[in-house]
Design a protein around this ligand. Structure first.
Ligand SMILES: [Zn+2]
Length: 415
């Protein structure tokens, strides 16, 4: 069997023929010459219509999927056409794109691997460069964004994620329906202006169909949701509330540990951080023992811990009205506690009462925690790839990993 037979089998293009294949000058690559089929007209890259030929450009090489340790190149002299509509322009070729050095098939191949491996590992595995992998992913993501459908979005979640060094944030918007969970959009910053741009993208008609929005308590998000998506039930994400409460508890504990040490008391709070922050069921045997020991002391940390544990019951309610009664009672109790960080939490919860209770109005419609899960995946994607220093590269990496974007169709699947 000849190489050209295999190529014709898996990568055939109407209007073109594989002429011959030979080793490159270094003996480490294979060069396949391609020429137009007799009598077939070139296609204009501007309007995609056949057009009369004008002249030829110098030979160009397009890299194809490597074979048995050899890099493979398709060599072709692009024609220019004299198009009635577009003037003299370069022709369109089905295996490649004007801007890219790699063939579409190879870009798709690399991009698929780049979802399983890190970009660096992908580049190493196929003896190419990180930039080429990036280029491949960029092409596939670009194609996917152009061809995805954004009709009927029922539930979205918005969250922020830290990126690069320092306090830079991205705004991520997810679709969070059971049938379809995917990353819809990425915005620079976490401002009103950046989140507004998502609603500009989907337009009013689509925004009007959204039934549920899930977010944290970040003011700019709350504001945009109020303005652009007012018909939706707005739910405050449970995980963010719990995280805020844990932060308050940690603040109480740290301050108290400091005070005890300063006043020369026994350091009972030493190494208790995770005992009080973790859920009881997740504690190790030793931590459980430490916690039991700790609870004997009359400490602010202990009181704050008990308040936090008590609060967890909220999520077990079914009816919004009973959940509301519980929430009010809990807040009252906390306001009498004289533990300032906890009181601050209670005040925040009170001011977002309606949004918190929306959780109970909507809980049966879709599963909570989806946003959290997606955001963890996003963080993993960013961690896996140390090369994502710019916004643009971070953006395409996240779309690639979480966007569930459609891919260009290929007749043959190169696995
Ligand atoms: Zn044209």
């Amino acid at each position: 069997m000849e190489l050209l037979t295999i190529l014709n089998h898996c990568h055939r293009h109407r209007g073109f023929v594989y002429q011959h294949a030979r080793f490159g000058p270094d003996q480490k690559s294979i060069e396949v010459h391609v020429r137009p089929r007799e009598g077939s007209a070139a296609v204009c890259s501007g309007c995609h219509q056949p057009a009369p030929g004008y002249d030829h450009l110098p030979e160009r090489c397009f890299e194809f999927i490597p074979l048995w340790g050899f890099r493979v190149f398709l060599l072709y002299r692009m024609r220019r056409v004299d198009c009635r509509n577009c003037g003299v322009v370069v022709e369109e070729v089905p295996w490649g794109d004007g801007k890219h050095r790699l063939t579409r098939a190879y870009m798709l191949f690399l991009a698929r691997w780049a979802r399983k491996l890190s970009w660096k590992e992908t580049a190493e595995a196929f003896h190419t460069s990180w930039d080429q992998v990036c280029d491949a992913v960029e092409y596939v993501v670009g194609w996917g964004l152009e061809h995805r459908t954004l009709e009927s979005i029922r539930a979205i979640g918005v969250d922020e994620i830290q990126y690069a060094k320092g306090h830079k944030y991205l705004t991520l918007v997810y679709q969070i329906e059971q049938q379809c969970t995917r990353l819809l959009w990425i915005g620079r910053e976490r401002t009103v202006e950046s989140f507004d741009r998502f609603f500009d993208l989907i337009g009013e008609a689509l925004a009007g169909q959204i039934e549920f929005v899930c977010s944290d308590m970040w003011q700019p998000y709350l504001k945009v949701i109020r303005q652009r998506c007012s018909q939706a039930i707005h739910i405050l994400d449970r995980f963010h509330i719990v995280a805020k409460m844990n932060a308050a508890l940690d603040q109480v504990r740290a301050a108290e540990a400091h005070r005890l040490a300063r006043d020369g008391y026994e350091p009972v709070l030493k190494k208790t951080r995770w005992c009080v922050l973790k859920r009881k069921t997740n504690l190790t045997g030793h931590q459980r023992f430490r916690l039991r020991d700790l609870l004997r002391y009359n400490l602010r940390t202990v009181r704050a811990y008990l308040l936090k544990e008590d609060f967890q019951q909220l999520w077990d309610y079914e009816a919004p009205s009973w959940a509301g009664k519980f929430l009010d009672a809990w807040c009252c109790q906390v306001m009498r506690s004289r533990i300032e960080p906890m009181k601050k939490i209670a005040r925040t919860l009170r001011s977002h009462r309606a949004l918190i209770l929306n959780y109970f109005r909507a809980r049966k419609q879709f599963s909570s925690g989806v946003v959290e899960g997606l955001n963890n995946k996003a963080k993993l994607t960013m961690r896996k790839s140390y090369g994502f220093r710019t916004f643009h590269v971070t953006e395409i990496a996240l779309y690639h990993a979480l966007g569930k974007l459609p891919e260009p169709d290929v007749a043959h699947r190169f696995f």
